[in-house]
Write a protein that binds this ligand. Structure first.
Ligand code: SP5
Ligand code: ZN
Length: 319
C-alpha cells in the first residue's frame, strides 16, 4: 500500500507544552512519526512516497483566511528557539507556534491530500503519515497539537467526488472535524473517544451532539469510559461501523490516533497491539475506499508496532 510521508516534519518541534501552569516536554514529537516510518520500512510492500503540493485554496475551505494568515505571519516572526503560546486563535496550552510550524503544518495537509488523490486514482487503502496531527484544529483556532485539520481538508476534497464518512478513532474527540461538517449531510462524522467530561477536549464529543440543521443525524459520538478494554472497544466500533455502512459512503477517512493504547502516556484506555489489527480488519470489512490519516499516539516505543498492526488489518492481512 502507499504511505505518504514527508520527512521535513521534524522542523516543527515545539520545546514544551504547559499543563496546570507547569512546563512539560512536548508529547507530539518528531520521534513519533519516525518510529512509524522505521517500522513500515521493514516491509517492502509499503510504498513510501513524498507528497505533492496542492493549492492553498483547499485549506481556506476549512480554515478562515485570517486564521491562516495569523499562523503564517507568526511562524515567520519567531526566532529559532522561540515559541508563541496561548493567544487569540490559540485556544489551549498544547499548540505553540514555532518558527517552522506554518510550513510543516501545510506540508501535512499536502500529505493528506496526496493520499486522498491516490484513493481517487484507485489505490486502496492509502495511509497519510501526517505530522502535526489535525483533528482538533477548527475554522478559527488551533489546539491539542493541531494547526490545520488534515482529515477535514481531505474530506472536503473527496466530497467533490462522492459521499464521505470520517471515522475518528483517536483517544480524543475530533472537535475540529466535527464542527467543520456539523451542518452538512454529505459528510458523516463518527467518533469513538474518551468521555469528554474527563478528558480533552472537554467541550465536545458528547452523545447528544448529532449535527444541526441539514446536518442533523450526520454526526455520531461514542464516548467511552477510561479503562476501556479491547472487547469493549471492538463492540462499540461495530456499532459505529453499522452507522457508517447505513450512510453508504463512497469514501472513508479514518482519523487514526493510537493514543487509545494501554501504555500511552496521555490516553487512558487499555487497548493492546493485536487489537489494532482487529480494528483495521473491522474497518476493511466495510469495503469502502479508505484513507487513514495519522492523528495522535504518544507511546513512541510501541507506535511502530501499533501502526503496522492497524495497517495490516486495514488490508485484511494478519500480523
Ligand atoms: C491529536 C491529539 O491526540 N491531541 C491531544 C491533545 C491532548 N492534550 C492534553 C494532554 C494533556 C497531557 N498532559 C499531561 C501531563 C501530566 N503530567
Ligand atoms: Zn488524541
Amino acid at each position: 500500500m502507499y504511505v505518504i510521508y514527508n520527512p521535513t516534519h521534524v522542523r516543527h518541534d515545539p520545546p514544551y507544552e504547559i499543563y496546570d501552569g507547569v512546563r512539560a516536554p512536548y508529547a507530539e514529537t518528531a520521534a513519533r512519526a519516525e518510529a512509524i516510518i522505521a517500522r513500515l520500512r521493514q516491509d517492502s510492500s509499503y510504498r513510501i512516497t513524498r507528497p505533492r503540493h496542492f493549492p492553498l485554496a483547499w485549506r481556506r475551505r476549512i480554515h478562515h483566511p485570517r486564521y491562516i494568515r495569523f499562523l503564517r505571519e507568526r511562524s515567520g516572526q519567531l526566532g529559532e528557539a522561540e515559541a508563541l503560546n496561548p493567544s487569540y486563535f490559540i485556544t489551549d496550552t498544547y499548540a505553540p507556534i514555532v518558527q517552522h510550524t506554518y510550513r510543516v503544518a501545510g506540508q501535512a495537509v499536502d500529505v493528506a491530500l496526496t493520499a486522498a488523490d491516490k484513493l481517487l486514482q484507485g489505490e486502496n487503502p492509502v495511509y497519510a503519515l501526517c505530522r502535526p496531527p489535525g483533528h482538533h484544529a477548527e475554522h478559527l483556532s488551533m489546539g491539542g497539537y493541531c494547526y490545520f485539520n488534515n482529515a477535514a481538508i481531505a474530506a472536503e476534497y473527496l466530497s467533490k467526488h462522492g459521499r464521505v464518512a470520517v471515522l475518528d478513532i483517536d483517544f480524543h474527540h475530533g472537535n475540529g472535524t466535527q464542527h467543520s461538517f456539523y451542518e452538512r449531510s454529505d459528510v458523516l462524522y463518527v467518533s469513538l473517544h474518551a468521555d469528554p467530561q474527563v478528558r480533552y477536549p472537554y467541550i465536545s464529543g458528547f452523545e447528544e451532539e448529532k449535527g444541526r440543521g441539514q446536518g442533523h443525524g450526520f454526526t455520531r459520538n461514542y464516548p467511552l469510559r477510561l479503562g476501556t478494554t479491547d472487547a469493549e472497544y471492538l463492540g462499540t466500533l461495530r456499532n459505529a461501523l453499522r452507522c457508517i455502512a447505513s450512510f453508504v459512503p463512497d469514501y472513508l477517512i479514518v482519523s487514526a490516533g493510537f493514543d487509545t493504547y494501554a501504555h500511552d502516556p496521555i490516553g487512558g484506555f487499555a487497548l493492546t497491539v493485536p487489537c489494532y489489527q482487529a480494528i483495521g480488519q473491522a474497518i476493511a470489512g466495510l469495503n469502502i475506499p479508505t484513507v487513514a490519516i495519522q492523528e495522535g499516539g504518544y507511546c513512541v516505543p510501541a507506535l511502530g508496532d501499533i501502526a503496522y498492526a492497524f495497517l495490516q488489518g486495514l488490508q485484511g492481512k494478519n500480523l
